[in-house]
Write a protein that binds this ligand. Structure first.
Ligand code: GLU
Length: 506
């Protein structure tokens, strides 16, 4: 049964979603699912100057790849829609008017030049200019708190530009509750009178966000730490409207691998890891940023890694399926302090998932890579290859380097090891070996091993004298799985062909 838990992920479509944003979406999703609640996607696109057209689709695609779909949002179960703020813009004005009517907000006519001048003058005196209780009624600032009603009306009627500001109460200590951080106390005299409604007729983030959270019946606001400074205003807005406030939880920052400072795209570029879930092409300059998906990460490994960036289950267990995360996730176990991102740990998660994924699933991922190389192989054969190399792979793209010799003969031979192991008598020995191989009937790994080893023992020479050149002939280097498994897989004809090749080339 659905509960009244309703959470939202409310990104602004200003570019690709950073992994911090995906983590916010994930925690919202986990919290919603854990409580049989609803996960809403709301696109906060009121700031037209920062709007990027392909960003919304990117966000939707990213959530889909991560398998954390929203229950309500643009184009889906639009019960409280529309879910794009730009399509709701006519709605906000009335709420700004309501606050003016109740004395919680006021018109301000100060031009940006005038405000700049105030700022500069304050700076010159070593002070910071804040538009609030301190100066809003002193007469130097032009607003409806000092102008007569008639004058205000006249200015508005004559088309003068204005904004609507929130009238922050004076001399009050706000006691705010955060689900992660506990009680936070704020002196209202330190707050500025934030703009709620802009001169372009659009609400600011603050007004639209609160109105929508209320209208969409959001019960818990789970968002990044960067929004904590907005909490006093948001909580005052609920009071001003007379609405019940949702509960708030501010998630810790994701820090650079060195531990200090917020993780940025530049850190990723420098250390060679993606900070975006999917590849992203910048609409304006065509720049392409890499993504976890294209870099070969499994979505479930990526999500598992992200879940641990700021949360832990309090046990040793690290590998969690999405269902297990839903069961185990608890805001109480989200930490207050920043979570250090580790590219190595991220790879480790991928490797763990690689080992636990069924061979068949990995085979389906490998087949197209083989096809691209012009290799058509039986699925059963590829599956055997996958099972023998996967323990050494982190990504599917590693498979080819680890297994090409199962499909094609080596193009080159490792020079250093050829020098060391391909000696004067080796070609003769390999020719003899070809005869032995030719005579083997049961070409299973166990039997070829038995027969070839018997032959070597009979000749009273060291195993290495045969095994190393044999491996070089088949693989091109001294690496790879058990040699007799390779022989059994590629078969008698191919084994002999590769030996003949090596005799000719080395
Ligand atoms: N639109 C804000 C953002 O881009 C949402 C902040 C919030 O969740 O309240 O992150």
């Amino acid at each position: 049964m659905e509960s009244n838990v309703r959470v939202r992920f409310a990104p602004s479509p200003t570019g690709p979603l950073h992994i911090g944003g995906v983590r916010t979406a994930l925690y919202n999703y986990l919290f919603a699912k854990k409580h049989n609640g609803t996960f809403v996607l709301r696109i906060e696109d009121t700031d037209q100057t920062r709007y990027v057209a392909n960003a919304e689709q990117y966000i939707i695609d990213a959530l889909e790849w991560c398998a954390i779909p929203f229950d309500e949002g643009p184009g889906k179960n639009e019960k409280f829609g529309p879910y794009r703020q730009s399509e709701r813009k006519d709605l906000y004005k009335k709420y700004a008017d309501q606050l003016i009517g109740t004395g919680w907000a006021y018109y301000a006519f100060d031009s940006s030049e005038e405000l700049d001048a105030h700022r500069k003058q304050h700076e010159a005196e070593g002070k910071t200019f804040i538009y609030n209780w301190h100066n809003r009624e002193k007469g130097r600032l032009v607003n409806s708190l000092v102008l007569s009603d008639d004058e205000v009306q006249q200015r508005i009627n004559s088309g003068e530009k204005f904004v609507v500001r929130f009238k922050t109460p004076q001399d009050e200590t706000l006691i705010l509750e955060d689900e992660i951080r506990g009680t936070i106390k704020i002196d209202t005299n330190t707050l500025d009178d934030k703009i709620l409604f802009k001169s372009d007729g659009m609400p600011t983030y603050h007004l639209a966000n609160i109105v929508d959270d209320h209208l969409m019946e959001i019960s818990h606001v789970i968002r990044g730490e960067e929004w904590l400074p907005s909490l006093p205003l948001h909580s005052l807005l609920y009071r001003a409207f007379g609405w019940e406030s949702p509960k708030f939880a501010h998630l810790p920052l994701i820090l650079k691998p060195v531990g200090k400072g917020k993780l940025s795209k530049r850190d990723g570029d420098k250390l060679g890891f993606p900070v975006f879930p999917l590849e992203y092409t910048n609409e304006v300059n065509g720049d392409v940023s890499c993504g976890y998906k294209e870099d070969g990460y499994f979505a479930d490994a990526f999500i598992n890694m992200l879940a641990f960036l700021g949360w832990n289950p309090g046990t040793e267990q690290e590998i969690f399926s999405l269902e297990e995360l839903v069961k185990t996730f608890d805001l109480k176990r989200v930490s207050k302090s920043g979570a250090k991102f580790s590219p190595d740990k991220t790879k480790w998660f991928n490797q763990q998932y690689m080992q636990s994924k069924p061979d068949e699933e990995l085979t389906d991922l490998y087949l197209p890579i083989l096809a691209e190389k012009g290799i058509i192989a039986e699925k059963d054969y590829v599956q055997k290859v996958v099972s023998s190399v996967k323990e050494r792979a982190i990504f599917i793209q590693d498979f080819w380097g680890l297994s090409s010799f199962f499909f094609v003969s080596p193009k080159e031979y490792d020079g250093k090891n050829v020098k060391k192991n391909w000696k004067e008598g080796t070609p003769e020995l390999m020719k003899e070996l070809i005869d032995i191989i030719n005579s083997i009937e049961d070409f299973s790994s166990e039997n070829t091993e038995k027969e070839i080893k018997e032959w070597i023992s009979g000749k009273e020479i060291g195993f290495g004298k045969v095994m190393q050149p044999l491996r070089l002939s088949l693989v091109g280097k001294l690496a790879g799985p058990h040699l007799f498994d390779i022989i059994a897989m590629i078969g008698k004809e191919e084994t002999i062909k590769r030996l003949e090749n090596a005799i000719e080339k080395l």
